[in-house]
Write a protein that binds this ligand. Structure first.
Ligand code: HEM
Length: 227
């Protein structure tokens, strides 16, 4: 545990924690997206319901889920300690720092973008995860003799509300900007920025930042149009 405490107290250690937790969350998003894309199948929600039921009842998935929540909180917490540390080091900021010329808007706005994503997550988890786990009134359906939550119906009804689907689309744009800088920045913080691969990692990061949030955003749009 000592290595963890000293990593948390050093600037480089905190950057490494940000990078490792960020990369874990990048992988999580791919798995989460593949599962959620089943909402678009024209099968009355059967595939998505079976998938949701499996995720909620598999021991290994539940363990990874706990790790996932821990990494989200750690990622957010460490980013704030870095933000506060930077503010203390340079309370007024440079008068003429040419920031706009030297860095992208997304790289300078990571804390703001991360905060908006955190707010999105609170709303998202309350509406879906918490509702499925602890809420009452979730409709049920029987598939192959197994009674389960009709998760599809719950999600589709939520996205029939333009305010909710609009909020999701807006949040996916925010997520795209966060990943636009965050993806390659994680590799850089881990020292994986060899001249030979940096261009490839940047391009992969930009592609990820457009494709993954883009596909996430299509789900509420399609379900809203289908309502
Ligand atoms: C259209 C977009 C999305 C849909 C339809 C969706 C749907 C869901 C559903 C139904 C659950 C509950 C799963 C269950 O407990 O059975 C869930 C959980 C979750 N979602 Fe999403 N989600 C979307 C986007 C996102 C995004 C963009 C993020 C992160 C930025 C995210 C992060 C999470 C997390 C962290 C959980 C908890 C997972 C766990 O148990 O570890 N989701 N989502």
């Amino acid at each position: 545990m000592n290595w963890f405490i000293s990593a948390l107290t050093s600037g480089v250690g905190r950057k490494v924690i940000m990078a490792l937790t960020g990369l874990f969350l990048i992988l999580f998003l791919i798995v989460h997206l593949l599962g959620n894309l089943q909402l678009l199948k024209d099968d009355g929600g059967q595939a998505f319901n079976v998938y949701s039921h499996f995720m909620a009842h598999n021991g290994l998935i539940q363990l990874i889920s706990k790790l996932n929540f821990f990494f989200i909180l750690l990622h957010a917490f460490v980013s704030y300690t870095l933000y506060v540390r930077n503010k203390k080091a340079r309370p007024v900021g440079y008068k003429v720092n040419g920031a706009a010329a030297n860095s992208s808007w997304s790289s300078r706005s990571m804390t703001l973008l991360g905060t908006l994503i955190f707010i999105f997550l609170l709303v998202h988890l309350q509406g879906f995860w918490y509702a499925f786990k602890f809420g009452s009134g979730i409709p049920t359906v029987t598939i192959d003799g197994v009674e389960m939550h009709d998760a599809y119906k719950w999600v589709a009804e939520a996205y029939a509300n333009p305010l909710i689907s609009g909020f999701y689309v807006f949040s996916m744009i925010v997520l795209a900007f966060h990943l636009w800088h965050g993806f390659s920045s994680a590799f850089q913080s881990l020292g994986l920025n060899h001249v030979k691969y940096t261009g490839f990692i940047k391009a992969l990061g930009y592609a990820y930042a457009i494709i993954v949030p883009g596909l996430f955003a299509i789900i509420p749009i399609v379900l809203y149009l289908k309502r």
